[in-house]
Ligand binder design. Sequence first.
Ligand SMILES: [Zn+2]
Ligand SMILES: [Zn+2]
Length: 247
Amino acid sequence: MSFARSTHSHKVSFLVDKRYQKGMSQTPPPFQVKVVPVTPFQQNCSIIRAPSGVAAVVDPGGEPEKILKAAEEFDARIEKIWLTHGHLDHAGGAEAIKRATGASIEGPHKEEIFWLEKIEESARKYGMPGGENCMPDRWLDEGDVLTLDGLEFKTAFTPGHTPGHVVIYHEGARIAFVGDVIFAGSVGRTDFPRGDQQTLIDSIISKLWPLGDDMQFVPGHGPMSTFGKERQTNPFVSDAVLARTPR
Ligand SMILES: [Zn+2]
Ligand SMILES: [Zn+2]
């Protein structure tokens, strides 16, 4: 369903800002993140846990039982479900998590509705039982704010991989959840209906790069990276590659 080249399994729980671990700040970390790869696509579902235990789940694409168990082990109470886009491996488990927890579903942008309405069809096609069509409680658009127990996350509208893709980030903690826009060393596929490569590249340059080189990101698949590292090394969107690509 997405760029599935990098599929090594990794289960990480990390403090979102390494400066806190180095003792450079007296401020306690604003939240913790646990990444749980789900579905045969090894999609990175992130559990964001505020200090009080209240949590948001980003892209619960499937295996809702595994996500709920991970949340329990993390002592996290899921109150929000945030979706970057409507693909099966990102949104297929959202309704099940909502039923189990009462959490509201926020995102993606309303242009994703055609994908959200055919999750079950995609699930049959890919032989992934359990994926459910999904209807968000709130659509997101550029600049929208998402709240979690007093924490504020922001939305960037980043079409290209899909027409209503959004990226969710926390400015102060320097972390972004980018779905299938960009990966460590790659970018999202654009050969799906209504995907567009130039739109994707424009989204990356105009919406992600301005967030700063030190912004870490959790992609939909594979290991984390930073925007600065991708600007140096990504074979699709590094500064050097884009400088010699006619636009
Ligand atoms: Zn994906
Ligand atoms: Zn996708």
